[in-house]
Design a protein around this ligand. Structure first.
Ligand code: CP
Length: 336
């Protein structure tokens, strides 16, 4: 049996399937207990530091509420509140906070930087480093998605057809981390994954290779198409969401030239929207998921996202709470 206390959670891929399965059991237990109004102060007087380099609604509040419900407290930090805005290193930040509290949670989605920053903190920290999303992985989202799928389709997900699709959006170039976490995790549970995306919006090749390996080892499958309609055909779950075209470039430099090219590529694919016509191409009981926030009218029509038969987005968002609590309870030593 794994000793979870002190274990980092930077990518689901770093945890074995048995460890993830146990975490899901804890998440389901915590959800039940919350429903019954039971006290679960398993982390009494413990502190989680939350460092957000970017904005957040779900992640910030699932972690904040979660630690309160577990009997502890959180510090909601941003770079401007900390000396890292004056150049304090990941090493010094991690070592100092390790002497004071019980976990360091961090969101840093800067492309080419975020995951390295979290891994560097993990190298020095004596307390768990918990990813709140980086440029490569969003493990808290991945596990909440899987919990939601298990609730709708049962624990045995072998052969369940899920489509992770790119979609048009203008709010910002969203990170690769949500779809990359999903394509790594779902095939480990035997699911048949279709990735639909225009050729200018690939995922990183090493993630595709690992996802294929995960599928082979666990009885799932993964296939790719650059046709959104084809991606939707027969799908039991669709997850259409924007991500930036960072991986299209041999090396992303964040230059004006690259940003202009990415924007021009984006504008070629305005028709990549999840609408009623596309939902009707899918399985008759299809479910629509989105990590949120969604670009309504661009990634998805209101008719789809607000359709109670199709859309399970609020169950998905709620499960961010239960899974975040399970991760904190296990890695901070609140349960075995
Ligand atoms: N899905 C998600 O991570 O939402 P926030 O950006 O609001 O945390």
């Amino acid at each position: 049996m794994t000793n979870y206390k002190g274990k980092h959670f930077i990518a689901e891929q770093d945890w074995t399937k048995a460890e993830l399965d146990h975490m899901f059991e804890v998440a389901h237990e915590l959800k039940e207990k919350k429903k019954k109004g039971e006290i679960t102060d398993w982390l009494k007087n413990q502190t989680v530091f939350m460092i957000f380099f970017e904005q957040s609604t779900r992640t910030r509040n699932s972690m904040g509420c979660g630690i309160t419900q577990l009997g502890g407290n959180s510090h909601d930090l941003t770079p401007d509140k900390m000396q890292l805005s004056h150049g304090e290193t990941a090493k010094d930040t991690a070592l100092v906070l390790s002497r004071m509290g019980h976990a360091i949670a961090c969101r840093n989605c800067f492309y080419g930087i975020g995951n390295k920053y979290l891994r560097e903190m993990a190298e020095w920290s004596d307390i768990p480093i918990l990813s709140l999303q980086d440029d490569l992985y969003h493990p808290m989202q991945g596990i909440a998605d899987l919990m939601t799928i298990q609730e709708k389709f049962g624990k045995n997900l072998k052969g369940v057809k899920v489509t992770v699709s790119w979609a048009y959006a203008t709010s910002h170039a969203k990170p690769l981390s949500v779809p990359q976490s999903q394509i790594l995790l779902f095939p480990r549970y035997g699911m048949d994954v279709t990735v639909a995306a225009p050729k200018e919006f690939p995922m990183l090749p090493e993630f595709v290779d690992q996802a294929q390996k995960n599928a082979k080892e666990n009885g799932g499958s993964i296939k790719f198409t650059d046709d959104m309609d084809a991606g939707f055909e027969g799908a039991q779950i669709v997850i259409p969401k924007n991500w930036g075209g960072f991986a299209h470039f041999p090396k992303w430099e964040d230059s004006e030239v690259q940003k202009k090219e990415m924007k021009a590529n984006l504008e070629k694919h305005k028709d990549w929207i999840c609408d009623k016509r596309r939902m009707l191409l899918a399985d008759k009981n299809v479910k629509y998921m989105h990590a949120l926030p969604a670009d309504r009218g661009k990634e998805v029509t209101d008719e789809v996202i607000d359709n109670e038969k199709w859309s399970i987005i609020y169950d998905e968002a709620e499960n961010r709470l239960h899974t975040a609590k399970a991760i904190m309870a296990l890695t901070m030593g609140g349960c075995k």
